[in-house]
Ligand binder design. Structure first.
Ligand code: BTN
Length: 245
């Protein structure tokens, strides 16, 4: 396993993208940093993490034949990979919150940022960035409800060991994509999806709050919600969030 360890960097995703622009890296090369000075989150947010306590890393995957219209399957595979590596089946309920946050109860424990390098109609390379709260115990209020493995399991974790476990687990689920086993991947993802089929309050970009239930995630990764009047609507990440978070 090829793991590049850094003390500090702006963002491991940005670092790996610069590396692949000038050299060839084998699949599952990972870059991990004790500190990110400009950690990036989804939809232009930042990722904040206490220095040396957590995992902030990126993994590169080279693809031979991965169609752009299948890209959400990678999001499913990575969230399943992280979920399975950290879930020990204890009392706390873990779930995948669409599109790819990992929750313990209602608190976020990991976030994923995937950036694809595209050639023609195919994804040539993916940079998978993962922020996982491991040994940090207190979280600033302004980042929303968050927790860590230490908070839920009550023990310290060896971040190096955990990193290897997560990469192996991601590889296992990415193999589903390579074998075009898309249906099985989706089935496992849906089985862990937060609030699936449960009436929930959502908030649209326009600040409009409404009741609906998640009934599916379509191939492009849009969240499919059935409203009270049985109308079905689809939303992209920028268009919707849960109203209670
Ligand atoms: C999110 O939930 O908004 C996604 C967060 C992703 C954070 C990780 S930390 C390692 C990698 N490098 C970054 O700059 N971001 C990702």
């Amino acid at each position: 396993m090829n793991i590049i360890k850094l003390n500090a960097i702006d963002s491991t995703n940005s670092y790996i993208k610069k590396l692949v622009a000038k050299s060839t890296l084998e699949s599952y090369t990972a870059v991990v940093a004790k500190e990110q000075t400009l950690g990036r989150g989804q939809v232009g947010t930042t990722w904040v993490s206490e220095v040396g306590k957590n995992l902030t890393f990126s993994v590169l995957i080279n693809f031979e034949n991965f169609k752009i219209h299948h890209q959400f399957y990678l999001s499913m595979a990575v969230s399943l990979g992280v979920f399975n590596a950290i879930n020990k089946n204890v009392k706390i309920d873990m779930a995948i919150k669409w599109p790819n946050d990992i929750l313990a109860g209602k608190d976020k424990i990991a976030g994923i940022l995937i950036e694809n390098i595209i050639r023609g109609v195919g994804i040539r390379q993916s940079v998978i960035g993962i922020g996982l709260n491991v040994n940090q115990q207190n979280f600033p209020k302004n980042i929303g409800a968050a927790t860590s493995l230490k908070n839920i399991y009550g023990i310290d974790f060896d971040t190096d060991e955990l990193l290897e476990k997560i990469i192996i687990s991601i590889q296992h689920f990415v193999n589903y994509i390579e074998n075009e086993n898309f249906e099985a991947l989706k089935k496992r993802y849906i089985a862990l999806l937060y609030k699936y089929q449960k009436p929930s309050m959502f908030e649209e970009k326009s600040d409009k709050v409404f009741l609906g239930k998640i009934i599916d995630v379509d191939e492009s990764g849009k969240l499919v919600i059935e409203l009270e009047n049985e109308t079905i609507r689809k939303f992209s990440l920028k268009e919707i969030k849960f109203a209670n978070r």
